[in-house]
Design a protein around this ligand. Structure first.
Ligand code: HEC
Length: 90
């Protein structure tokens, strides 16, 4: 009787671990599948008008990317993709 309780508890925590791990990796996969342009359009217009890629040069975008990574709470992967897009489009 007691033993089965432990087994159920163990299986439950195992299941939760799998669900949580899956959630995290799928969120990462979604970001991986998105283009920099898409991430830029989704993230950079939340607080101000989305800046046009032509407004700044490559060096400036690098600095702005780091600044806005902080402001917008983006991951490094998201920021890198957005900065790559902005640098390729200016
Ligand atoms: C959470 C709000 C927020 C988000 C999201 C955001 N920004 Fe900003 N942004 C600001 C604020 C506030 C400023 C004013 C400057 C400051 O931060 O002091 C600013 C300023 C800027 C400027 C002016 C130059 C500078 O560095 O001050 C640029 C360009 C810019 N943002 C680009 C972006 C890009 C590109 C993204 C998407 C990755 C983005 N922003 C996402 C809040 C945000």
């Amino acid at each position: 009787m007691k033993k089965s309780k432990y087994i159920i508890g163990f299986l439950f925590s195992l299941l939760m671990t799998i669900i949580i791990a899956q959630g995290c990796s799928s969120a990462k996969q979604i970001v991986e599948a998105k283009s920099g342009a898409q991430l830029w359009a989704e993230n950079c217009i939340r607080c101000h008008n989305g800046p046009s890629p032509t407004e700044f040069n490559d060096e400036q975008w690098k600095t702005i990317g780091l600044h806005m990574q902080d402001r917008a709470n983006l991951t490094k992967m998201e920021t890198d993709k957005i900065v790559e897009f902005l640098k390729s489009a200016n």
